[in-house]
Design a protein around this ligand. Structure first.
Ligand code: FE
Length: 169
């Protein structure tokens, strides 16, 4: 009976490991478990560059990104719908990435990461907005949930932003 339990445990451990895979790329390492990726972005590297490299390397057509970590340089964008222009502002200070939420889609044949972020400052107040890019200073921990088909966004000239276009394949 004891042998059977040991054998079943070994089989379960082997099967569990078959669903997990370790990966690495430019300034990131990842573990794929079932269809979910856990991604670690390296200290002192760009979140946008690392996650874009990851998405291209893993051929992820679309999906969801969530993350936490820390940064010492983040550029936020604010979209003005009247001028249809972005105003960018860079914050050079140590901050917690208390939340990063985003999605992956395709714009003009290229992967597009749309990221928003909440940053915690030293005085515990928060900054928030559309994230252009941030440099990790400390840890950068992300979960990425891909879907199997691509989702396209097209620039809506009237508004000045990329909108989902579900008619496009
Ligand atoms: Fe945005």
């Amino acid at each position: 009976m004891k042998r059977i339990v040991v054998l079943i445990t070994i089989i379960l451990l082997i099967t569990a490991n078959m669903n997990a895979q370790n990966l690495k790329g430019n300034n990131w390492i990842a573990r794929k478990v079932d269809s979910t990726y856990i991604v670690s972005v390296a200290d002192k590297s760009s979140v946008l560059d690392a996650l874009t490299d990851f998405v291209i390397a893993q051929k992820i057509p679309a999906g969801q990104i969530t993350g936490i970590g820390a940064t010492n340089e983040a550029t936020l964008r604010f979209f003005d719908p009247v001028t249809k222009k972005y105003m960018d502002k860079t914050f050079n200070e140590q901050m917690e990435i208390s939340n990063l939420s985003g999605n992956i889609s395709e714009v003009q044949g290229k992967p597009m990461l749309h990221l928003h972020v909440t940053l915690g400052r030293k005085d515990y107040t928060a900054l928030a907005g559309h994230l252009l890019d941030a440099k990790i200073r400390g840890a950068g921990e992300f979960f990425i949930y891909p879907i199997s088909s691509k989702v396209i966004k097209v620039k809506n000239e009237a508004v000045g932003l990329n909108f989902y276009d579900f008619e496009k394949e």
